[in-house]
Design a protein around this ligand. Structure first.
Ligand code: EPZ
Length: 422
């Protein structure tokens, strides 16, 4: 699997329907929430992705079995008793979202030992806000041998936590921890991503008391225990935006089945400014390129601003737009790894600090390319759809972490895309 490649022959306008999967970044915290109860949590609309398998492996070694229900693999049942509170380096290193077990473990059993994730290709990505918040809830947190050792005698205690800037992961970790704390916790300047609301809604089904869902101030009244719940994961808004860019760059028209336009935030406006028609339609969202593509600026921001997870794909689109576009990355310090690869395909992109100037070119030309993170990799597929000749995207394992059957979904709407094994 790790050596698989994706081959794209560009130039075919996409046409038809693409089924949008459940959101990876909603499913991962929802799975971690399974640690908060000894009752069964059933998740439906789960995407089939390597990151989900990694989280299932991590939970299993904590004592929570993650089992498929039925034969479609989209429903998972989580249940068991926590038997081990250590999240080992070998798993956390593979997937940073493993760190989301910290808050639930400490809240539930009073201790956790979780490997520090370390840096990653898109930036340093510290976890100081997670740790500081947990300390404010009464945990003692020490660093020991590359591991975070957090413990509390008795229960965590509710507190007011003011985030100095928005963090998705810290909001999720502390929201989960606060559900079982003694008293009231207020999270100020909390992240408002749809994945946070999805998590909060599942926690409420489990018996948590949370107010302010969808806003930047979450108020949680701790309860003694949480119970069972069944919850359908929201559709993946980043997968949605990615296929919207794919349809637009190919000059085609697609229906993104199951997608929700209200979750797309500023992605809608950016695409519209670029000359793409995107609108709610029966069963999902329809996307159609109007005449030509125009350069449109985008700056990444916390939700509902333009998502950092859409920046690379939008840049690929801007690479063939008429005029220039300025794309600014404010969330991660090293998230332009796709730029040299896009330039190898004939794009004209210059990076100045946190901004990239994209001067649109009439066409790209296919090339062998590779990238070291998920969204950068998929942006090269998007670019390949509009390139002349053949594009080979190497290191597909990044894609398999976050895009379910990308080659099948694209081939299903007429793209010439295939996986070359091994
Ligand atoms: C989540 O990561 C997503 N991952 C990322 O998606 C996404 O890019 C990111 O949010 C921003 O939207 C998951 O949901 C599993 P953050 P997360 O904490 O939670 C800094 C993808 O491609 N920071 O909101 O790790 C951090 O370094 C992935 O699917 C601290 O300094 O992101 C970054 O600059 C990639 N200290 C900024 O905050 C902290 O304690 C926002 O990060 C925490 C974060």
């Amino acid at each position: 699997m790790a050596l698989d490649r994706i081959r794209i022959r560009g130039g075919k306008p996409l046409s038809g329907e693409i089924q949008i999967s459940g959101a990876k970044n909603a499913t991962l915290p929802l799975m971690a929430a399974g640690l908060l109860t000894d009752r069964r949590v059933v998740l439906t609309n789960v995407p089939k992705l390597d990151d989900i398998t990694t989280m299932a492996t991590l939970l299993a070694q904590h004592g929570i079995a993650v089992e498929p229900v039925g034969n479609k693999g989209r429903t998972l049942s989580l249940g068991g008793t926590i038997s081990n509170t250590e999240a080992p380096y070998d798993i956390v290193r593979k997937m940073r979202a493993s760190f989301l077990v910290l808050g639930p473990l400490v809240a539930r059993v009073g201790e956790a030992r979780v490997s520090l994730p370390g840096g990653c290709s898109i930036g340093a990505r510290p976890i100081d806000l997670h740790l500081k918040g947990l300390e404010q809830l009464g945990a003692r947190v020490v660093l020991d041998g590359g591991y975070i050792d957090a413990r509390v005698r008795g229960r965590l205690r509710g507190a007011t936590i003011v985030f100095p800037f928005v963090s998705v992961g810290a909001t999720e970790n502390l929201l989960m921890a606060a559900t079982l704390a003694d008293g009231r916790t207020t999270l100020v300047n909390a992240a408002r991503e749809p994945e946070i609301s999805d998590l909060a809604e599942c926690l409420v089904k489990m018996g948590a008391r949370i107010e302010g869902i969808g806003s930047d101030k979450l108020v949680i009244e701790g309860v003694d225990r949480l119970g069972e719940a069944e919850h359908a994961v929201i559709p993946d808004r980043i997968e949605t935006g990615t296929y919207a860019c794919a349809a637009a760059i190919s000059g085609g028209q697609v229906l993104l089945r199951g997608a929700r336009i209200e979750h797309l935030g500023a992605t809608v406006r950016a695409l519209q400014e670029a000359g793409v028609e995107i609108a709610e339609a029966a069963g999902g969202i329809s996307v159609r390129r109007l005449d030509g593509l125009h350069g449109a600026d985008a700056m990444t921001e916390p939700y509902p601003g333009f998502p950092t997870d859409m920046q690379a794909q939008f840049m690929a689109l801007m690479a063939v737009a008429e005029g220039a576009a300025m794309v600014t990355e404010t969330i991660f310090e090293n998230r332009f790894m796709h730029v040299p690869e896009l330039n190898r395909m004939g794009a004209r992109i210059n990076v100045h600090g946190a901004s990239a100037i994209v001067r649109g070119v009439p066409s790209l030309s296919g090339a062998p390319v590779m990238a070291t993170d998920l969204r950068a990799s998929v942006s090269l597929i998007v670019a390949g759809l509009a390139a002349t000749g053949e594009t080979i995207v190497n290191r597909v394992y990044h894609l398999d972490r976050g895009y379910e059957a990308v080659e099948r979904k694209l081939a299903g709407v007429g793209a010439e895309v295939e996986r070359i094994e091994g």
